[in-house]
Unconditional design. Structure first.
Length: 220
């Protein structure tokens, strides 16, 4: 029988209380890889849909970019959750600290401005390492369009190019700068799609067409 105890495991957490084992999944923390992260608001409330939620999430990402070195590949706000694609760098901050910082600053700013108390986020963030997919490059491009179309599917936008963040425009127009104060870094794999930016865009748009065809089949 397990005794009442609490202990930590490397890069993950296992808690034992009152002879009952509660296990939190151990995260894989690697450097120099690409993470697709997602996290939801507490109670699935649309706290990111109003003005303040959007503003403070964007400010939190900006602050994180100022203190930590990492590449923000994509990000989009979807009412009650967010999607972020981050590429960590060797010998720099890990994904856990980056995500914890963004979530904590967003919650602090929102609660202070609105006078609310309690949790802003619903749970630990989820994440997948894109390099671990069977075909990582194709998977990345599918994920980017999936994230871009998420607000469209939720009727929060008419087109990925018109989303609140609109990161997809950085992959469609060379030298595009967002209207908000965060920086998107185009993933190196994008430049492998063609010999110049125009060719890369043309190939990248094929992934959008494929995504829309799958969407049509799903809803037909």
């Amino acid at each position: 029988m397990l005794k009442r105890n609490e202990f930590m495991r490397n890069r993950g957490e296992t808690i034992v209380k009152s002879s009952k084992l509660i296990v939190k999944r151990v995260r894989t923390i690697l450097q120099g890889v690409t993470y697709h992260c997602y996290t939801r608001c507490h109670g699935l409330k649309n706290m990111l849909q109003g003005k303040w939620g959007k503003q403070y999430f964007i400010e939190a990402v900006k602050m994180c970019q100022e203190i930590y070195k990492f590449e923000l590949i994509a990000a989009e706000i979807v009412g009650n959750h967010v999607h972020i694609v981050i590429r960590t760098l060797q010998d720099e901050e890990n994904i856990a600290h980056i995500m914890q910082y963004i979530k904590a600053r967003t919650a602090e700013k929102y609660n202070k401005a609105t006078g609310r108390t309690g949790a802003f986020w619903n749970e630990r963030y989820g994440c997948k390492i894109i390099e671990h997919a069977d075909d990582p490059e194709a998977y990345l491009f599918r994920v980017l369009w999936y994230i871009g179309y998420n607000p469209v599917r939720k009727s929060l936008s008419s087109n990925p190019r018109k989303n609140d963040i609109g990161f997809i425009n950085c992959y469609l127009t060379e030298g595009h700068e967002l209207s908000i104060p965060i920086k998107i870094t185009i993933h190196p794999w994008f430049y492998k799609l063609g010999s110049n930016f125009a060719e890369c865009v043309k190939k990248f748009l094929e992934y959008e067409d494929a995504y829309l065809r799958r969407l049509d089949l799903y809803f037909s």
